[in-house]
Design a protein around this ligand. Structure first.
Ligand code: FAD
Length: 392
């Protein structure tokens, strides 16, 4: 009988899984069908929301129709999923429809948990969703002088380099326009005592510091956020220290989407995430269920970034195909490569990833190239990615 593979979520994890599985299923002639559920009609590329917020990139350039997957033989269902019944292998949609499965891949991202700190929801701007990115663009256009703070309340957060990337990008923005804006980056210490500037090792740390110096960006690690007073534009930390801002860019705390917030799925040691077995990204008890979204990365030792999720999806689908038909290759976790902005340029960072004692370790990172070209590479890579779903 035809095996049913159901994918929940049409972001990075869901789309990589769908494309990878459809390619192998067609190649090997496997009797299986793939269905992907996404809550709306768009596949977004979130890194481009920074271009929306700073440069005014039209939102259309950050997305592609998720139905574009149908040309690769993937069935697409549009609408929010409401519940996952792991025991009976069913997903219930908000409109009441039910879909059953033999294999389930969950890649639902995380939600922006602004409620985690008093005042955070009301204060400042962000580009962690498309509407907010457009709002931030309008507000930044009006902001021509003063103190701009980039604040990450806690770790981990989506895309670990984001505060440094947006700060240096804005450093260039204000520098070229000759505007007197003082940029401050305020991020938490990591559990090992390192700062987020050091998170990708000394080589990439040096790169951030070079651009901080160039644009006179101040960097302050903190020991925990307590609250924000949006009226007074004041940030309060758990150690009693405070600071003020004229313009705040905030990074959202990662929280589980409601559908994942149930005992069978929650990671007990840290309820912001889902449980997962790092080796193969399977659910520890339900072996036919794979978890590869942002919500499943920290429990494996990996960070939340599309580049880690891409490799996790390739590895997990390898295990799935091996179960399903005994075909294909299970890939080792490759070195992860990402392209990001730094000031007026871009850089390519590489992190080697090793699987050790049931977790991934990825702290050997280096800067492979820093150049104006890398900025173009970042933009063209993302547009090429989206074109796979856009083009007829
Ligand atoms: C501003 C920003 C900048 C970033 N920059 C980088 C970068 O430079 N490099 C990098 O590698 N990573 C970056 N990231 C991180 C990267 O975007 C994420 O790691 C990645 O998108 C997570 O993939 P995912 O599949 O878990 O979730 P997402 O890509 O968030 O996708 C989740 C999908 O699930 C759907 N969904 C949610 N709930 C439901 C439901 N109930 N029913 C049906 N569908 C649902 C959503 O519509 C969405 O399509 C950035 C992220 C942000 C927000």
């Amino acid at each position: 009988m035809t095996k049913k593979i159901l994918i929940l979520g049409g972001g990075t994890g869901g789309v990589v899984s769908a494309l990878r599985l459809s390619e192998k299923i067609n190649h090997y002639g496997i009797d299986a069908e793939i269905t992907l559920i996404n809550k709306d009609e768009w596949h977004y590329m979130p890194p481009l929301w920074m271009d929306v917020a700073i440069e005014g990139m039209p939102i259309e350039e950050t997305r592609a129709p998720i139905k574009g997957l149908e040309k690769y033989g993937v069935n697409v269902v549009i609408g929010p999923a409401a519940d996952i019944d792991l025991a009976n292998r069913k997903v219930k949609m908000e409109d009441g429809k039910e879909l059953d499965y033999d294999y389930l891949i969950i890649a639902l991202g995380t939600r922006n948990g602004w409620e985690a700190y008093p005042g955070l929801a009301e204060a400042g701007y962000h580009n962690y969703d498309p509407d907010a990115a457009q709002e931030m663009y309008k507000a930044l256009k009006q902001f021509k002088a003063g103190k701009l703070v980039v604040l990450a309340p806690e770790i981990p957060y989506r895309c670990g380099i984001y505060p440094m990337e947006v700060a240096t990008y804005l450093g260039h923005y204000y520098h070229t326009r000759g505007m007197k804006v003082d940029i401050h980056v305020i991020t938490p210490y990591m559990p090992n005592g390192f700062t987020t500037v050091q998170a990708l090792g000394p080589d990439i740390g040096r790169l951030w510091l070079k651009y901080f110096k160039k644009y006179n960006i101040k960097f302050t690690p903190h020991k925990g956020l307590k609250a924000i007073d949006p009226k007074a534009k004041r940030i309060e930390f758990v150690d009693g220290s405070t600071t003020t801002y004229d313009f705040l860019i905030k990074v959202p705390p990662m929280r589980l989407p409601k559908i994942l917030d149930k005992p069978e799925l929650v990671f007990e040691q840290d309820k912001r995430f889902t449980k997962v077995r790092a080796l193969d990204f399977r659910h520890p008890e339900y072996k036919e269920v794979f978890l590869i979204g942002s919500h499943a990365m920290p429990p494996t030792g990996l960070a939340d970034a599309g580049v880690f999720i891409h490799s996790a999806a390739v590895r997990a689908t390898g295990f799935l195909l091996d179960d399903l038909a005994g075909v294909g290759e299970i890939e080792d976790f490759p070195p992860v490569t990402c392209v990001a902005y730094v000031g007026d340029k871009g850089f390519m960072g590489v992190c080697e990833v090793e699987y050790q004692n049931g977790m991934y370790v990825w702290n050997k990172c280096y800067n492979a190239m820093e150049s104006g070209l890398m900025k173009l590479v970042k933009r063209s890579f993302y547009q090429g990615w989206l074109d796979r779903l856009r083009l007829p």
